[in-house]
Design a protein around this ligand. Structure first.
Ligand code: NAD
Ligand code: UGA
Length: 453
């Protein structure tokens, strides 16, 4: 099928590359010339396991094209995916300016019939606004072109995006119940046929319910994490091991094991913004989302948990102290630093007078970019960050090691080396990678999250 992807970011690039891999003829549009140049030069602008090979293979087969040409992108796809960003507006609501700009561009150029698929995470009612934006443009140029707007939210996780896209748990598609909606449904069914070979994974619903399902999923996952983090903080006070509790409750199939890991808070481009974005929607309809306020508040506090533990141990004034930090990305297998907990920790350590030596397997270039923004008002603090080339290299002369991201490479270090390199054998583990009893046996002072047994 002929597919256009509008917005070649994390979601757009993965969607475009994977749909090309399945034999579709895909045109990826982005307004960011630099991104398109990188892609056309054979590179990829993000770190995502397995993606580079798929992009290269399909580009050379001619099934995957990258361009900034809006008119050509609209002419190309019978199905037009909108996968642009929906960042938080000032009040936390989803800023729809990019989605609506993409819709207007479609309306300005389209001929005949198009299926418009909103893949971006958008509030209930956005598909109607996309339709209205297209309609306005069609009227302006007296066009009788037709369309149907479909909601097909994306559930992929960064770091496992290709795998998640290719083997989805479910595909949620919301279509209108009218004649154009029926044509759109048939096209979506055809496009997603390869994903439904062994069993049917598609859940068909109305457009508004599909839009809402995406927020409900992210809000539910974020709630589980904040709930476990709150329990972990209590576990620390009452002498309970949250990891034992996690196993104990996760084995109940009604609860399940996933997304029960206490840690130094959730980050990334989506949980923080999507939890926030539901609130203005609820307020518009006269409801206060009590649970989600708490989920967000707990997470804001949880990102400070490592800093608080470090200051409880070393004092509020960290002048003259030096800390090693392992992991900067908001999660492993990505270089994404959006809302990463490392940004909060570094802010606290540097502002309290410490110096740091940081290591991340892939996120250092992105970290340099975001730290320059985070410390724009105190650029002198940037000089107190040393970027180490190896995890062990970050440890020399440090008063303690703080672990923020659970990269595999950090899971079984040579502890003897860790001990000798550190000035003080102290570990603050924001992702509960190690067993407290083993750490004690090895002569390391260990501070996990909810593991003060
Ligand atoms: P992103 O910022 O990585 O990419 C968005 C891209 O859209 C950018 O490259 C930008 O230049 C481009 N763009 C903006 N306006 C455009 C326009 N009018 N025409 C063409 N290109 C345009 O964003 P992302 O992380 O891919 O997220 C996109 C959407 O998908 C968001 O709504 C997000 O909530 C949702 N989502 C993201 C993930 C994820 O893991 N990142 C997962 C599921 C859903
Ligand atoms: C999340 C969802 O998992 C995806 O389904 C969704 O499509 C995506 O948001 C989105 O809408 O963008 P992602 O943000 O890529 O995916 O990463 P996750 O694996 O969900 O992790 C998010 C954050 O939660 C990370 O900071 C991670 O460290 C933290 N986390 C996760 C925990 O603290 N504990 C857990 O048990 C799980």
């Amino acid at each position: 099928m002929k597919i256009t992807i509008i917005g070649t970011g994390y979601v757009g690039l993965v969607t475009g590359a994977c749909l090309a891999e399945l034999g579709n003829d895909v045109f990826c549009l982005d307004l960011d010339q630099q991104k398109i140049d990188i892609l056309n030069g054979g590179g990829i602008p993000i770190h995502e396991p397995g993606l580079e090979e798929i992009v290269a293979r399909n580009r050379s087969a001619g099934r995957l094209v990258f361009s900034t040409d809006i008119a050509a992108s609209v002419a190309h796809g019978d199905v037009q995916f909108i996968a642009v960003g929906t960042p938080p507006d000032e009040d936390g609501s989803a800023d729809l300016q990019y989605v609506l700009a993409a819709a207007r561009n479609i309306g300005k150029h389209m001929q005949g019939f198009k299926v418009i698929v909103v893949k971006s995470t958008v509030p209930v009612g956005t598909a109607e606004r996309v339709g209205a934006a297209i309609e306005t443009e069609l009227k302006l140029r007296g066009s009788n072109a037709t369309y149907s707007v479909v909601s097909n939210p994306e559930f992929l996780k960064e770091g496992a995006a290709v795998e998640d896209f290719m083997r989805p748990d479910r595909i949620v598609i919301g279509c209108d119940d009218n004649s154009f909606g029926n044509i759109a449904r048939a096209q979506m069914k055809k496009l997603y046929t390869p994903f439904n070979r062994n069993h049917e994974r598609t859940f068909w619903m109305d457009v508004r319910s599909a839009e809402f399902t995406k927020y409900a999923a992210n809000a539910m996952l974020a709630t589980r994490i904040s709930f476990m983090n709150e329990l972990a903080n209590l576990a620390d006070r009452v002498g309970v091991d949250i990891e034992a509790v996690r196993h104990g409750i996760g084995s109940d199939p009604r609860i399940g094991h996933s997304f029960l890991y206490a840690g130094c808070g959730y980050g990334g481009s989506c949980f923080p913004k999507d939890v926030q974005a539901l609130e203005p929607t609820a307020q518009d309809y006269g409801q206060d989302l009590l649970i989600l306020h708490a989920v967000e508040a707990v997470n804001t506090k949880q990102k400070q948990v490592l800093g608080a533990k470090i200051m409880a141990r070393f004092g509020d004034d960290l002048s003259g102290k030096h800390f090693a930090v392992w992991g900067l990305a908001f999660k492993p297998n990505t270089d994404d630093m959006r809302a990463a907990s490392s940004r909060v920790l570094l802010g606290e350590l540097l502002r309290a007078g410490a110096t740091v030596s940081v290591y991340d397997p892939v996120a250092i270039p992105e970290a340099k970019r975001v730290f320059a923004l985070d410390f724009a008002e105190n650029p002198e603090l940037l000089e107190n960050i040393n970027y180490a080339a190896t995890p062990m290299g970050a440890l020399d002369q440090a008063d303690a090691l703080a672990i923020v991201t659970e990269w595999k490479a950090f899971r079984s270090p040579n502890f003897e080396q860790v001990k000798t390199r550190l000035k003080q054998a102290v570990i603050f583990d924001g992702r509960n990678l190690f067993e407290p009893a083993l750490m004690t046996d090895l002569g390391l002072e260990y501070h996990g999250i909810g593991r003060s047994i």
